[in-house]
Design a protein around this ligand. Structure first.
Ligand code: CTP
Length: 409
């Protein structure tokens, strides 16, 4: 990771949350390194952390009294915990224990640190440290996946000898490495406009559809659903009521979003229309264009050298949605293209009567299906916007910004 990213810390308010693990002693050094990089640091400690290091040590190094509990009336009087959450330009949790990761993933707010993390809009970085079996446990890994999907930056842990005399992944990254790896804030969480979609209902389709050939086989595509899920999450964070109609994917449901799982294009169409009336429709799903005319009731046996499938067109959900204008303020489509991106995308914008179409080039390295990254351009009748390639979560936020703009246009 680029060392120069530490320069982004100059003048930044960093809230360091310290979890309860033996690695907490390294967090003292982390305070020093953060301050060396120009950051102003305040420290919040869990009860567990205080078993390993004293608040006084953090006070001496940070120049601020370390916060230890939600119920400290003197501390609350000088800066309430909500104020502290707002003060932070970023939150760094080091060491992040398995317990803290679980609390964060599930939105607990039963102590100072978890409450601060729930109350903040600042980007969060976690530097986990724990026993290697705890780290590798599916529960911990699932919690991490949830946090990553929410754009939480994860640094480490390192592989090596652990406190209990064992060895494996679980060591807290060195303070110097943590400071060097902290992503610039803009990359960690883009600017959002909280409340911009308040009072509006947004229906998002996401993922692939599976068209069954027989009881064991289907026609599908490589859509992961990540972009649609990120868009749903982003719309929700701007205050919209969001219904996410999803094909078969392996993704956690974004917080506060109503999810409807479907399998086929026909089911997706039904679920989308069941979710109406709505103000905005965002068709991010990679809907199958064809489905078997008559799925076999029993497994198709191999017999001839070749097999011809009899397929019929699926309903074009997006076109149908755009055709029924009742109440809808904006209809947004996606176009996955391998060539002539602008030409095909603009063609679909007109043919499907859309307000906006988001095109991305698929079939290139590091983008499109399955990737966390994307490169995309949005087109509307009178204009276009090229988005800087990057994380789908950031692009989703920028797309929602554009949607808010187009609503007002
Ligand atoms: N779409 C839809 N229903 C379908 C097919 C596509 O709602 N049966 C939507 C997708 O959700 C996406 C947009 O239409 O928002 C573009 O889909 P795409 O498959 O790229 O375009 P097609 O119109 O199917 O054209 P082609 O496959 O020929 O590129």
């Amino acid at each position: 990771m680029a060392k120069e990213s530490a320069s982004h810390l100059k003048g930044q308010h960093v809230l360091l949350c310290v979890g309860g693990g033996i690695a907490a002693y390294k967090s003292l050094e982390l305070v020093r390194r953060l301050r060396d990089a120009g950051a102003e640091v305040q420290v919040a400690m869990t009860a567990g952390a205080q078993q390993f290091v004293t608040p006084l040590s953090f006070q001496a190094l940070s120049g601020h009294p370390a916060r230890t509990t939600l119920w400290d009336s003197a501390a609350e009087a000088s800066m309430g915990h909500i104020e502290l959450a707002r003060w932070a330009d970023r939150i760094v949790i080091a060491p992040a224990t398995a317990d803290l990761l679980a609390k964060l993933a599930h939105g607990f707010a039963d102590d100072l640190v978890s409450t601060l993390c729930l109350a903040t809009t600042a980007p969060i970085t976690v530097a986990p440290a724990m026993n290697h079996r705890m780290w590798l446990h599916p529960a911990t890994q699932a919690n991490l996946a949830t946090l990553r999907a929410r754009n939480v930056q994860v640094i480490g842990p390192e592989d090596g000898p652990l406190a209990e005399g064992e060895s494996g992944p679980g060591r807290l990254s060195e303070p110097e490495a943590i400071v060097a790896s902290l992503a610039p804030v803009a990359e960690a969480l883009p600017t959002t406009t909280p409340g911009a979609l308040h009072g509006l209902k947004v229906v998002v389709s996401a993922g692939p559809t599976y068209e069954d050939l027989d009881p064991v086989r289907y026609l599908g595509n490589r859509s992961s659903g990540k972009m649609g899920f990120a868009v749903a999450d982003s719309a929700r964070r701007r205050g919209a009521e969001v219904v996410l109609v999803s094909g078969p994917v392996h993704l956690p449901t974004p917080a506060g979003v109503t999810r409807v799982d479907v399998r086929s294009a026909a089911q997706m169409r039904e679920a989308v229309f069941a979710a109406f009336p709505a103000d905005i429709y965002i068709g991010a799903a990679a809907v199958a264009d064809y489905t078997p005319r008559a799925p076999a009731t029993n497994k198709i046996k191999k017999s001839n050298e070749s097999l011809a499938l009899d397929l019929v067109r699926t309903p074009d959900i997006l076109s149908e949605v755009a055709a029924q204008t009742q109440g809808l303020k904006l209809v947004v489509g996606f176009a996955a293209e391998t060539e002539n991106v602008a030409g095909y995308a603009r063609g679909k914008l007109v043919a499907k009567h859309l307000d906006l179409i988001v095109a991305n080039r698929v079939g290139v390295a590091d983008g499109g299906f399955e990737s966390d990254q994307n490169a995309m351009t949005a087109y509307w009748q009178e204009g276009e916007r090229v988005f800087t390639p990057g994380a789908k979560t950031r692009l989703a936020d920028e797309l929602i910004d554009l949607i808010v703009e187009r609503l007002d246009a």
